[in-house]
Design a protein around this ligand. Sequence first.
Ligand code: KIV
Length: 272
Amino acid sequence: MSYLQGEKPISITKLLSMHAEGEKITMLTAYDSTMSALLNRCGVEVILVGDSLGNVIQGHSSTTPVTVEQMAYHTECVNRANSSAFLIADLPFASYGDPEQALDSSAALMRAGADMVKLEGGGDWQVDIIHYLVKRSVPVCAHLGLLPQSVHLLGGYKVQGKSKDAATHMLEQALACQEAGAQMVVLEAIPASLGEKITAELHIPTIGIGAGADCSGQVLVLQDMLGISPGKAPKFVKNFLDGHTSIEAAVKAYVREVKSGKFPGPEHGFAG
Ligand code: KIV
């Protein structure tokens, strides 16, 4: 099929117009072809090849050991079975420390099939990297709030943006990422009121994971929402396999509940 005929149904243009029309965006992680095909069948609009594969697939206690080569391998696996979803791949820990390295890492992920790359943090240096990448035609999703790649610096997985100052700072960072050219931002583990505020102030979509119901869309780690991740699930996770007899039915329920605004409920969120 020629490139003029073969556009995927879900492009960034489609996601931005869904956002403009107030339709919630559904995103889930996948790391392999089988789950990629399943998410496509269920109508999930965005697949994230998250560096959470360090936990979920590799069994590490953090995402920091994950390499660009491993991310590219899993992106290729997901991409082979992806017929319609928009595909985002995470730039892993220490793979975007300077502009040239960020461009090389992004190129590896985009050659593997990613439509966009995601990077963590909204400090001055990350904003500069976003600007540099976007100028070179790499679409970027920012990630603010709880930054799993910084877990060793933060001293654990903690809710972020709880004080007034921290909330104001995060809003400023979100605006700076947007200004630099980011076309989407993931907000992780922040008060629902802050998720609502950032979403209202930005014109690009916000995708929440523990950031309240007012974000433009939602994301969860697939294994978490199927209730098969070991240990205690974070508060923002709902087990969608509960009450359903197949993975496909669980994922379809997630899509329905995100679209209708039923998920996340107040019980999945954090107070300011
Ligand atoms: O790596 C990942 O799966 C993520 C999500 C938790 C948003 O970044």
